[in-house]
Write a protein that binds this ligand. Structure first.
Ligand code: FE2
Length: 249
């Protein structure tokens, strides 16, 4: 049976379509507003975390600039490894905040020039967990929290806090670990002087496939050709003796 044409029906239909379209456009605008607000909230939370990171650097001047460098280089390394822009951004932010848990470590331990006693190590080794707890309330940063928690894991299972092995360690944490080790080695610390850049790179080569992820070390060595040279400043601290075990805090 042929459809009955009701007079005025096509006009009603056109009006309904216009209304529907207007409502759809309005929804898109709301969605865009919500997206912008969400980004603003994320940015302000991130700024607050940055404030905390700065407070940490005030407490532990030897790490001044370390967090920023680890953040920036981790982001570049993640990009070089082919990760997406948002993934690289999260890893960069986690790199920036990786030591934020040191805010919960007593200054006397952070600034100690000599070797740490076992109970002091115990306090120091808590910082990845404290850091992960600090950022835990921010759901959008869950991957970053995992990176912070695991940045001291070692591929051979000898790290902390969980003794994870190889690829069980989140990729972001394996990336930050390589950058962290390099930057720590080429910086003065209260307990030892900086290593020259080439020696630090040699150390990384030696750790590839042992404590550090070999593929990530290879990508880092490529990237390191473009990194600015770290000039060691030995000061009044004894330089690291050749062959001595390097214990990073
Ligand atoms: Fe750390």
């Amino acid at each position: 049976m042929a459809a009955r044409i009701v007079p005025g029906a096509s006009e009603d239909l056109a009006t309904a379509y216009r209304r529907l379209n207007a409502a759809y456009q309005q929804t898109l605008r709301y969605a865009e507003d919500v997206r912008r607000l969400y980004q603003q909230v994320q940015r302000s939370i991130y700024q607050s975390l940055l404030g905390l990171a700065n407070a940490l650097e005030a407490k532990d001047p030897y790490t001044r600039g370390h967090s920023e460098r680890v953040g920036a280089v981790s982001r570049s390394l993640a990009q070089a490894l082919g990760l997406s822009a948002p993934e690289a951004e999260t890893i960069g932010q986690a790199g920036l905040l990786h030591d934020i848990g040191k805010i919960g470590v007593p200054e006397a331990v952070l600034r100690k020039r000599g070797a740490l006693e076992p109970d002091e190590w115990e306090l120091m080794r808590r910082h990845p967990l404290i850091g992960a707890q600090i950022v835990a309330p921010f759901e959008f940063f869950a991957a970053g929290a995992l990176t912070i928690r695991h940045h001291h894991e070692r591929c051979d299972g000898d790290g902390y806090p969980d003794g994870l092995v190889g690829e069980a360690i989140p990729l972001g944490a394996r990336i930050v670990a390589v950058v962290d080790v390099f930057d720590a080695l080429t910086s003065d610390r209260p307990y030892r002087a900086a290593l020259p850049r080439d020696e630090a790179l040699e150390h990384l080569r030696g750790q590839a496939g042992r404590t550090l992820d070999a593929r990530i070390v290879t990508a880092f060595l490529e990237l390191a050709r473009e990194l600015p040279l770290a000039e060691p400043n030995v000061g009044d601290r004894a330089p690291l003796a050749p062959g001595r075990t390097i214990a990073l805090r």
